[in-house]
Design a protein around this ligand. Structure first.
Ligand SMILES: [Zn+2]
Length: 232
């Protein structure tokens, strides 16, 4: 069983970063076989997110911007692997991991599980921020200035998202808002172009398939086949 990378799932348009500190470009994490034998997949998946969020909170609230604030998050990730809550095998077939997940038995809160793994107390704020949705800046907002909070690059308030997908506090919100509007219009045009191109591509594919069929059953082949048949 797999869960989406909690950082990449919160990046702009859910794009997977090949350099992602959490999933290293896979876009997902593999829930640990050991944990799935005891806990339901939902609890294991949530515990992963909570453990990372709690470690990110500690780094975000105790370290300065010029320190390596991702060290603690990497450390939490290692603990998740070492404790069997995550597996390192990204090529385990989905069907197999799903079978493991369905074997899950007793329920335990994800908070307790996460706290046990990272050996730090978890607070309600960790669960709240881990689940919190994005905020979209308006054109004249100034992140980090005059009480405007500094969210992640894609507007998420969670510590993990802010550490692993940091916003540039110098960047003008106006430029970002205008670029997003432009991207949205281009995406709409792409959908329309796709709708127009689809019948043409389908016709072309049908034509090629017909030609291939014709070549396969050409008169010559049929005649050759007849010659191979035993004489009546
Ligand atoms: Zn990722």
């Amino acid at each position: 069983m797999r869960r989406l990378c909690p950082v990449c799932a919160r990046r702009r348009q859910e794009l997977v970063d090949p350099e992602c500190v959490i999933c290293h470009g896979h876009g997902f994490l593999v829930l640990g076989q050991a944990a799935l034998e005891t806990y339901p997949a939902e609890v294991v998946a949530e515990a992963v997110h909570l453990a990372l969020e709690a470690r990110a909170r500690i780094a975000d609230t105790t370290m300065t911007l010029d320190q390596n604030r991702l060290l603690g998050v990497r450390d939490a990730l290692t603990m998740l692997y070492d404790s069997g809550i995550l597996d390192n095998e990204h090529d385990i077939p989905v069907a197999l991991t799903r079978a493991l997940a369905s074997k899950s038995g007793a329920r335990r809160p994800a908070m307790a599980l996460a706290s046990e793994v990272i050996q730090e107390p978890l607070f309600d704020v960790d669960a709240t921020l881990a689940q919190a949705g994005p905020h979209e800046y308006q054109e004249h907002d100034r992140p980090g200035v005059r009480g405007t909070p500094l969210f992640s690059a894609n507007g998420y308030p969670s510590h993990l998202a802010r550490l692993a997908d940091p916003a540039n506090p110098q960047q003008s919100t106006g430029a970002t808002v205008r670029a997003r509007r432009r991207d949205h219009k281009d995406a709409e045009l792409l959908v329309k172009a796709g709708e127009l191109a689809a019948p043409k591509r389908r016709r072309k594919a049908r034509k090629i398939a017909r030609q291939e069929m014709k070549a396969l059953f050409s008169t010559e082949d049929v005649l050759n086949d007849r010659e191979l048949l035993p004489a009546a």
